[in-house]
Design a protein around this ligand. Structure first.
Ligand SMILES: [Mg+2]
Length: 280
């Protein structure tokens, strides 16, 4: 056992939890598997955070298996940006709108109210700014395409569910290989944003509902969710594997998985899919 793993095991045992097994899964010790009494999950998590942070972790009561359903957030999870903040820059409103986005993602504001307020501020912006924003600003998160392609190759259904907008999510989903998109849609008229949305708002409750419906349709298949913000929490909690990706503290604390170090391919490692089986 490596000194690093040894220290973690000792710390877990010192806290009163029983360690049933501990193995490095890679030669360089970058992936560790620790089997312990899950009744002490909070203790375990605290020890891992103290000894191994920043790290990528998944805590389960079984050996992880490849999920049949994958539902993911888009902004700051599958892409590196918040689309609404970048779009706002084309109207000279980035600072004002990004401040509201940050508070909403931290869970300090009601998501739907915060979204409506920001969309209202964008009213009058040229529709052409969307394509320009996509071309110039929006970039895939490292590992995103490999994660989606590999899960699909293993028979998993993939859904991008976003509090952002179809105008961004549709091309992102197509590029990354998601099979379906659930999101909001910016209303437009005469080549400009109206400041409103088309239809009902996709909020945290809708994200959770989409996950549950997919699981039910797949006969209770194991599910994976990834997200970073407060509006992802119900979806992350409802999934068998809820992985908070470089996430806001509230989302991270609510999830049984977290990526704090690696890119999105770390999700595949946590699920036990070795690099030789990845689809790139
Ligand atoms: Mg997000």
């Amino acid at each position: 056992m490596s000194a690093r793993l040894d220290a973690v095991v000792h710390a877990i045992e010192a806290s009163g939890a029983k360690v049933l097994g501990a193995d490095p899964l890679t030669q360089d010790d970058s992936v560790l598997q620790i089997m312990a009494d899950l009744a002490a999950a909070e203790v375990l998590r605290g020890v891992i955070d103290r000894h191994l942070a920043p790290t990528d972790l998944l805590m389960t009561d079984h050996l992880p298996q490849v999920p049949g359903v994958f539902v993911s957030d888009m902004d700051s999870t599958m892409i590196g940006q918040e689309c609404i903040d970048e779009l706002a820059d084309f109207g000279g409103l980035k600072d004002q709108i990004a401040a509201i986005t940050e508070r909403a993602m931290q869970g300090e504001l009601d998501f739907a109210e915060a979204l409506s307020e920001r969309v209202r501020l964008l009213g009058g912006l040229s529709e052409d700014a969307i394509q320009q924003c996509l071309d110039e600003r929006i970039r895939d998160m490292p590992g995103a395409a490999t994660l989606v392609a590999t899960l699909r190759e293993h028979g998993c259904e993939t859904v991008l569910v976003t509090g952002g907008f179809h105008q961004f999510a549709d091309p992102v989903a197509e590029r990354l290989g998601f099979q379906r998109v659930v999101g909001n849609r910016l209303a437009t008229a005469h080549g400009k944003l109206t400041g409103g949305l088309v239809g009902d708002i996709v909020d945290s409750a809708v994200k959770e509902r989409v996950l549950r419906e997919c699981v039910a349709a797949a006969d209770g298949a194991h599910s994976l969710a990834t997200g970073d913000g407060a509006n992802d929490i119900p979806m992350l909690v409802a999934a068998h594997y809820g992985v908070a990706y470089h996430a806001k503290p509230k989302a991270r604390a609510a999830s049984n998985g977290a990526i704090d170090r690696g890119d999105l391919t770390s999700v595949l490692r946590l699920l036990g899919i070795p690099e030789g089986e990845w689809t790139t």
